[in-house]
Design a protein around this ligand. Structure first.
Ligand code: FE2
Ligand code: FE2
Length: 172
């Protein structure tokens, strides 16, 4: 939930910049790169990563109510939808950077989809899924999960900058 608050702050930034992008009818591809980096590395890899690889994995081992199971499946689908939208955004941004002005609408549309989709997803987790999922775990299990979250986060900075080096090497 703490991480949701930072994602929300970023969504507000994107929303404000999007208003300028639309009124000026142009976009700075470097802004989109920064937004994409945040969404991919923080919101998806770091945040959804902990949800999917730790929380949802452990919930899989529990006997979930039909409703909770359904919501968990929806959340996983929504993560996938977020990834696909981000991929389309990156493609549009690359086309635009290379001079294809028709890709402008692709950037605007996908940014809009992301800022509309994420708050609903976050709300579903904060108000519905997280409170009910806590009931399946003992305090001990919860502590073990938190420890695993820390370990997951600890590795993230190394994974990020490894990928930066690999990406730059592959450009040669
Ligand atoms: Fe999520
Ligand atoms: Fe989340």
């Amino acid at each position: 939930m703490i991480e949701h608050r930072l994602i929300e702050r970023m969504l507000v930034v994107i929303k404000n910049v999007l208003a300028k992008i639309e009124s000026m009818n142009k976009v700075d591809p470097l802004f989109v790169d920064t937004a994409v980096d945040f969404i991919r590395i923080y919101a998806d890899r770091t945040h959804h990563g902990k949800e999917e690889n730790i929380l949802f994995r452990d919930l899989e081992k529990k006997l979930l109510s039909a409703e909770d199971r359904q919501v968990m499946e929806e959340l996983i689908k929504e993560h996938r939808f977020g990834r696909e939208t981000t991929k389309s955004l990156i493609e549009a941004n690359n086309l635009y950077r290379n001079g294809d002005e028709t890709a402008f609408s692709g950037i605007v549309d996908n940014l809009k989809i992301l800022i509309e989709f994420y708050p609903r997803h976050i709300d579903k987790e904060d108000k519905l899924f997280f409170p009910s999922s806590r009931a399946y775990f003992t305090d001990k299990e919860e502590q073990a999960m938190l420890a695993e979250f820390w370990e997951f986060d600890r590795k993230m900075i190394h994974e990020k900058y490894n990928s930066v080096v690999e990406e730059l090497k592959s450009r040669k």
